[in-house]
Design a protein around this ligand. Structure first.
Ligand code: LLP
Length: 430
């Protein structure tokens, strides 16, 4: 985060706040968001788009990365649009003050309720994922006598280098209209022929945590070839999100510039080459905006020596608040909160407290001595952690705070046992 610092005894501070004191007051596991980091990333992206793309553009935040209502309010204040995939995300977008015009509805299997809610909210576009869904949405709009602005999500058949679970643009993906067998062309024909659907753009999302910009160029050229083949000039093009974030010192820094210049440059080249008016260019970053603003803070409990002589240190959270290491073998770093600059002395595996062996947050990193009561901070924890958190072992979700200009605001309060629906006595009888 940009506002990370050191206090008088070398202890970790974030946005000028003492992290150990926050952990003491709010308990752990604790998630902290640094407002300045989030704003800086958005501003960099806005400046790049402004300088590199001469047409209209928009940044829509992918709500799935993290979208508690109070966080959604911050994103709205900052001036982002939002991409939502469920009734819950749509509800939070509305409650946070987003206008329908700034909202897109994604998803490969939207329910009738979700589609209706997006229509009533006046979503800028519903992103249709298949021929079947096109027909379903058309039947709803015809029944309701209401027009729907849509994009088609295209599977451009572009391969990317990332964990298989988060690749989406390849031909075998469950998402979008395939190009090879003519589904995509057929989708465009049907959408344009519809009285109720108004096709305003094409979309592709290639995958997540990407460090190579070339696939975005390929996607732009595949989408424009597709459109040209059916004599359609898209008014809007979304190349999705996916630009990666370094989690450890082994990861490349991955500045935003190559991403924006590939997306903006390719769309511009492809459209100008065909003498088409430049479309509105949409990017949908989630991780890139939220990840580095977030820091997770834990307290050390038990330690033991593993069979190979390395040390196992257990934290008071784990896969219930961060399932990413278990799901994608994601790697992280950690520091001791009282002395982030302490010399590493021991090969350490930081494990969680949940009842399965795969609940390991960080395998084999060099850490300073850790003993019961020490606090450990794991940076780059702002995306796909709390939003993917669970009540596994009937754990309660952590508190999440927003730190900004000397203030501390609660984004989400720590869950209490009685608030978990399948735990509390009231819920089965309801
Ligand atoms: N647009 C669409 C249509 C998406 O499906 C996604 C992410 C995004 C944008 C934003 O992608 P981002 O910029 O955040 O990479 N849980 C996984 C990531 C799943 C991403 C799903 N779709 C993880 O923790 O790595």
């Amino acid at each position: 985060p940009v506002s990370v610092g050191r206090g008088p005894r070398g202890e970790l501070t974030l946005a000028g706040q003492d992290v150990a004191a926050l952990a003491q007051n709010w308990g752990t596991p604790l998630y902290l968001y640094d407002g300045a980091t989030l704003r800086q990333e958005v501003q960099t992206l806005q400046t790049l788009l402004k300088t590199q793309y001469p047409g209209v553009w928009e940044i829509t935040y992918a709500a799935k990365a993290y979208f508690a209502l109070n966080f959604a309010r911050k994103l709205h204040e900052i001036g982002l649009g939002v991409d939502v995939v469920s009734l819950g995300e749509l509800y939070n977008a509305r409650q946070a003050g987003f206008q329908g015009e700034r909202v897109h509805l994604h998803g490969n299997n939207k329910s009738e309720d979700e589609l209706m809610a997006a229509l009533k909210f006046g979503a800028h576009a519903i992103v249709v994922d298949s021929l079947e869904e096109l027909a379903f949405l058309e039947s709803i709009t015809a029944r309701e006598q209401i027009q729907a602005a849509i994009w088609l999500r295209i599977t451009p058949g572009v391969n990317v280098a990332t964990h298989p679970s988060i690749q989406t643009g390849h031909a075998a993906s469950k998402f979008g209209f395939l190009m090879e067998d003519g589904q995509a062309a057929e989708g465009i024909h049907r959408a344009r022929a519809s009285r109720w659907l108004k096709l305003i753009g094409l979309h592709a999302h290639l995958g997540s945590q990407l460090f190579d910009a070339e696939p975005y160029r390929e996607a732009a050229s595949r989408l424009t070839e597709l459109a040209e083949g059916v004599d359609y000039i898209p008014a809007e093009i979304s190349l999705g999100g996916g630009w990666g974030v370094p989690y450890t010192l082994d990861d490349a820094e991955n500045p935003l510039e190559p991403w924006v210049s590939a997306a903006a440059g390719a769309v511009r080249t492809e459209f100008e080459r065909r003498n088409w008016p430049l479309p509105k260019l949409v990017l949908e970053p989630g991780r890139r905006i939220a990840a580095r603003a977030g820091v997770a803070v834990y307290t050390v409990g038990t330690s033991k020596t593993a069979s190979d002589g390395s040390t196992i240190v257990a934290l008071d959270g784990g896969m219930a608040d961060n399932p990413r290491p278990a799901l994608y073998q994601s790697r992280y770093t950690a520091v001791r909160v009282d002395r982030p600059d302490a010399e590493p002395v021991r090969e350490t595996t930081l494990v969680g407290k949940y009842c399965e062996s795969g609940d390991q947050l960080i395998r084999k990193i060099d850490m300073p001595e850790l003993k019961r009561g020490d606090r450990v901070a794991i940076p780059v924890s702002g995306a796909y952690q709390i939003s993917m958190s669970s009540n596994y072992n009937l754990a309660q979700r952590p508190a999440v705070l927003w730190l900004d200009e000397g203030r501390v605001e609660v984004l989400q309060a720590r869950e209490k046992p009685g608030e978990m629906r399948y735990w509390s006595e009231a819920s089965p009888a309801e």
